[in-house]
Design a protein around this ligand. Structure first.
Ligand code: ADP
Ligand code: MG
Length: 641
């Protein structure tokens, strides 16, 4: 105790803050005398449990006091709200995630999950905003005035989840400077950026999520090289394993237990787990027995219980290393993040897995918030914002649907962000006055097998022959990982943009499943691509052949029209019926039609040239010539970069 009062300075400049908005715990930090420091509450705790309780008199309680009410009123107390961020209402995961009642989706946001709490429908964004508001007030108590905030998110958060997090920040009255990936924040807290070069793994085992990230530091610039993990793995699973054991030891069936008993067992389990970080065994009162009877869990038993969970983290780590093209021995360091890395067996496992002692000097609970504070300070400061360039990667390829349902990838998976890429397309049909733009995400060849992100139509293009329009599509992924798509028709100047805010959240399991699907269906997809390409080509040739039969019918020789029509209808038939590996058959029919029209096309060409010589407008000739050629391979919308 110094006995000195801090002097209130009404002109104290606003200070930037860093916030770790965790599934289990959240906290806020700022840079104090050049050192990132966590803000403590009046009890001296930095961690605010990410729990929000809605009381019967309309009061909202956040943190420890809310957590205490979870057992009594599970439906009115929202825990782990982060898992619901950006999730769809009809997502099967939603029902699985907790003992909550859900409100009917609203008509304005049909895809947003809403908790039904005492006749109120509350969105995850609103719940998260309560947590953020509490943190903001905590920071204000210490700093008087809070400036911008950096909020961290798991590296795997998709657009919807990131957007939801930003919305929550704004709702809480924060100026969100940017979102920062949690592993990158941890590396910043360790000041690894000062080393200039190196390769690091960040092993983050929190309450409900496991993230592994491989960071490469190249000349002072961080690059997230690969990410992996499991959105349903963390300290909570250890609690569940222990709770299971407690039920078993007291001879009760966990499957028929009331939600209240489950909650009590889980709370007890958590205490046991924490106790085992220092002790070799923990003894607890049996909560389900009337006579005093204690239950004992030893460290050895605990280690055995969590072994399968650790093995799952190991598998994800090996995959992430493989994705990054690195061996464990090539890493310069491994950082431990998340409260669950306090568990001794976890530390030992990580040391063995990577073959080196992990960095753990900074409190694993605080390290992410401290790094966010460092970043916030940099962003708020003048001229220093570019000191650290934080690069992240796109977890799944982004592209648009082109002719016959194929996907044209514009930003491939693992592209570092922020990123911009453009591609140019043209029209498939004559006089097409609009472009349907379908933005998709995924690794499959057909748009139907990818995740649909957005649909929009660019209208008002004047009628032009196929292939004349020039549509430039720009994909831009910003530093927060949010995608915006811009379409610009260059001959007319028409343009339109969308910011993609997909209705569903994508978790890492889904991402992994999508990647696995792409591998599983590789051959099938190549087949489908070939067929779609052949079909697009066939359709164009059919269209132009029909047109030329009309325009230049006088050039046909006796019997020629019948031959062409026979080949044409055979091609139409196979084009509409083709499936599986029929691409080759479509191709053969194209060749047949080519052969049938060869002489006719030659005559048309001669006529076109004669007209040109006779002084016709050049474009008209070019157009005629193009049709006369019967169209060389081109699928559309055709990429012309
Ligand atoms: P999140 O990132 O999901 O918010 P945290 O990083 O705060 O999670 O980690 C919370 C998890 O860490 C909880 O499962 C908690 O029980 C666990 N944890 C915290 N302290 C300890 C400890 N001393 N021993 C074991 N586990 C701990
Ligand atoms: Mg965390």
């Amino acid at each position: 105790m110094t006995g000195l009062l801090e002097i209130f300075d009404p002109k104290a400049p606003p200070r930037a803050i860093g916030i770790d908005l965790g599934t289990t715990n959240s906290l806020v930090a700022y840079v104090k005398n050049e050192r990132p420091t966590a803000v403590l509450d009046c009890n001296g705790h930095a961690l605010l449990p990410s729990v929000v309780h809605y009381g019967d008199r309309g009061e909202v309680v956040v943190g420890e006091n809310a957590a205490l009410r979870a057992a009594e009123s599970p439906r009115e107390t929202i825990v782990s709200v982060k898992r619901f961020m950006g999730r769809g209402a009809d997502d099967p995961e939603t029902e699985r995630l907790g003992p909550y009642a859900f409100a009917k989706p609203s008509s304005s946001e049909p895809n947003v999950v809403r908790f039904l709490v005492r006749d109120r429908a509350i969105t995850p964004v609103e719940v998260s905003a309560e947590i953020l508001r509490t943190l903001k007030h905590l920071a204000e108590d210490e700093l008087r005035s809070v400036g911008g905030a950096v909020i961290t998110v798991p590296a795997y958060f998709d657009d919807a989840q990131r957007q939801a997090t930003k919305d929550a920040g704004r709702l809480a009255g924060l100026e969100v400077l940017r979102l920062l990936n949690e592993p990158t924040a941890a590396a910043l807290a360790y000041g690894l950026d000062k080393k200039q070069n190196g390769k690091f793994a960040v092993y983050d085992l929190g309450g409900g999520t496991f993230d592994i990230t491989i960071l490469v530091l190249d000349n002072g610039v961080f690059q997230v090289c690969s990410t992996g993990g499991d959105s349903a793995l963390g300290g909570d699973d250890m609690d569940r394993a222990i709770a299971h054991e407690l039920f078993e030891l007291s001879g009760r069936n966990w499957k028929v237990a009331s939600p209240r008993d489950v909650r009590i067992a889980l709370d007890l389990a958590r205490a046991v787990k924490h106790g085992l970080t220092s002790g070799d065994e923990v003894e607890v009162e049996n909560p389900f027995s009337t006579e005093p009877k204690s239950l004992v869990i030893t460290r050895a038993r605990f280690d055995a219980l969590i072994e399968p969970l650790l093995a799952r983290t190991g598998a994800a780590c090996r995959r992430a290393l493989k994705d990054a093209g690195l061996k464990a021995t090539e890493l310069d360091g491994v950082i431990l993040v998340g409260g669950a890395t306090r568990v001794l067996a976890v530390r030992a496992y990580v040391a063995k897995l990577f073959g080196k002692e992990p960095l753990a000097d900074i409190d694993p609970d605080e390290v992410v918030a401290l790094g966010a504070a460092v970043q916030a300070d940099l962003l708020a400061g003048e001229g220093t914002a570019n000191d650290v360039l934080l690069l992240d990667v796109i977890p799944l390829s982004l592209g648009i649907e082109v002719g016959c349902g194929l996907v044209d990838r514009i930003l491939p998976r693992n592209t570092t962000t922020p990123a911009v890429a453009r591609a140019t397309y043209t029209t498939q049909q004559d006089n097409q006055t609009g472009f349907e733009i379908h933005v998709v995400q995924g690794e499959r060849e057909l748009a139907a097998d990818c995740r649909s992100l957005a649909h929009f139509t660019l209208r008002g293009i004047p009628p032009m022959p196929a292939g004349m329009a020039r549509l430039e599509v720009t994909f831009r992924v910003d530093a927060d990982g949010l995608l915006s798509v811009h379409a610009h028709e260059q001959t007319t100047g028409h343009e339109q943009s969308v910011s993609v805010k997909p209705s569903y959240g994508l978790d890492d399991d889904t991402i992994e499943q999508m990647l696995l699907d792409a591998i599983d269906h590789g051959e099938e997809d190549i087949m489908a691509r070939r067929l779609a390409e052949a079909r697009t080509l066939a359709q164009r040739i059919i269209g132009s052949t029909k047109k030329s039969l009309e325009v230049d019918s006088d050039l046909l020789e006796p019997g020629e029209k019948e031959r062409i029509l026979t080949a044409l209808s055979a091609l139409e038939k196979i084009t509409s019926e083709a499936k599986g590996d029929d691409a080759r058959r479509v191709q053969l029919h194209i060749e047949d039609l080519d052969a049938a029209t060869k002489d006719f096309a030659g005559r048309r060409m001669n006529r076109a040239i004669a007209r040109a010589i006779a002084g016709q407008k050049l474009e008209a000739v070019e157009h005629t010539v193009e049709h006369a050629k019967g169209l060389e391979a081109a699928h559309a919308p055709r990429r012309s970069t």
